[in-house]
Design a protein around this ligand. Structure first.
Ligand code: NAD
Length: 378
């Protein structure tokens, strides 16, 4: 019989929905030792919090996250609010002895991230950051192939994350949904928002990054701020491209922008080794492309593996072979791993300490963007 884990959700936006969906589904598909109970959701607007609670089945609402964190009946706090709130909430939740599931990026910068990692470790509370792309079965399969040594020596890593939703100069910054354009709430632009995903996957698949050199640009320099009503300078990076050297000697290119007309959320990655290469694409997320040079010459070519079979990562828990799953399932998988880890005293990755490494790379990228120099990570 699964034990209960009372969840306190902070926020009711995009990620609060994705996570609430995962809490609702996980026990139907995964044989995990805990059963999440949707105990309370917190939002500053009580009517909106009540509407969210009614939709997703939360038992109660709070309008101040401090009250939610202090509640004795909450076991785990889920931080689904803009980046500038992650640190303060996580420190309070750690002090209150709660398990913490925090959205990415861990923090506004690595100084904050280091404080958060130290706090959860000192308090001895379970912690995890929602870098969910690791748990897309095709990406998890890529990790397995790499760990089996199938790629051999890795020469190149290539990652791209493209969007196009901020091209209009009339788009304001700040407030609901547009906090991503406000440096005071987001910390950075595409670097912390999109490249952080690419960096997390890259560190997981290919090991640590040694140094980086970056160029960043803010194409629209001023935007009306929704909170002040005034036109204010834009402090985020609208686009960022950087080169990196991994500790294993491989070379990398990373690019992200919100100005790639036609692209909504195109995350692609490619890794080239001396024996084999892999490619993955978020728009076709259930496929992994694999090229193995050791294949018989006349048949050698890119295989497009439909990652839907029972022996593919996580897939045995879903439908019958050949039937696909989607984006939202990556959160169910990450939650299932977290709940398994709770019972076995094993942290599900990435922990705050793991995610701090991504934060350090982001800091180095932003510093390099400012100074036009190579910057050592950390
Ligand atoms: N893992 C992913 O793929 C992914 C995707 C999107 C966002 N995120 C991350 O998730 C976090 C939230 O992003 P989102 O897209 O859900 O944003 P969102 O704008 O959809 O929702 C943010 C929520 O925070 C609430 N909020 C703001 N200040 C608050 C406060 N003081 N107290 C309580 N609630 C407050 C807002 O009312 C809103 O409900 C961010 O850190 C973001 O980087 C991760």
């Amino acid at each position: 019989m699964a034990r209960t884990l009372n969840i306190g959700m902070i926020g009711y936006g995009f990620m609060a929905r994705a996570h609430s969906n995962a809490y609702s589904k996980v026990n139907h598909f995964f044989d995990v030792p805990y059963r999440p109970v949707l105990k309370a959701v917190c939002a500053r607007d009580e009517a909106k919090a009540k509407a969210f609670a009614a939709t997703w089945g939360y038992e109660s609402v709070e309008t101040d996250w401090r009250k939610l964190v202090a509640r004795k009946d909450i076991d785990a706090v889920d931080i689904c609010v803009p980046n500038n709130l992650h640190r303060e909430i996580a420190l309070a939740a750690a002090a209150a002895g709660k398990a913490i599931l925090c959205e990415k990026p861990l923090a506004m910068n690595s100084d904050e991230g280091a404080q958060m990692a130290a706090a959860v470790e000192a308090a001895g509370v379970a912690n995890m950051v929602w870098y969910n792309y690791r748990r897309i079965p095709a990406v998890t399969l890529a990790k397995k192939l790499i760990d089996e040594g199938r790629l051999g020596r890795v020469f190149h890593y290539r990652a791209v994350f493209l969007q196009d939703w901020t091209i209009s100069a009339d788009l304001p910054q700040g407030g609901t949904a547009l906090w991503r354009l406000d440096v005071a709430a987001a910390g950075s632009g595409v670097t912390g928002d999109l490249l952080a995903h690419c960096i997390d996957t890259a560190l997981w698949l290919n090991g640590g990054i040694d140094r980086v050199t970056a160029m960043t640009e803010t194409f629209v320099k001023e935007r009306k701020h929704n909170l002040t009503g005034k036109v204010e300078p834009v402090g985020i990076d609208d686009a960022c491209a950087f080169l990196a050297r991994f500790k294993n000697g491989s070379l990398a290119t990373f690019e992200s922008t919100r100005y790639a007309r036609g692209h909504k959320a195109l995350y692609t990655l490619e890794i080239n080794g001396d024996r084999a290469s892999i490619q993955w694409n978020l728009h076709d997320l259930h496929r992994l492309s694999y090229f193995d040079h050791r294949d018989e010459g006349t048949l050698r070519g890119w295989r497009s593996i439909h990652v839907t079979d029972g022996d593919h990562p996580y897939m045995g828990r879903w439908w019958v072979p050949g039937l696909q799953i989607g984006y939202e399932h990556s959160f169910v998988h990450q939650l299932a791993d977290f709940l398994d880890g709770l019972a076995n005293d094993q942290a599900a990755s990435p922990t705050f300490r793991d995610a701090l490494e991504t934060q350090k790379v982001c800091d180095a990228v932003l510093e390099s963007g400012r100074t036009a120099q190579w910057v050592a990570v950390g």
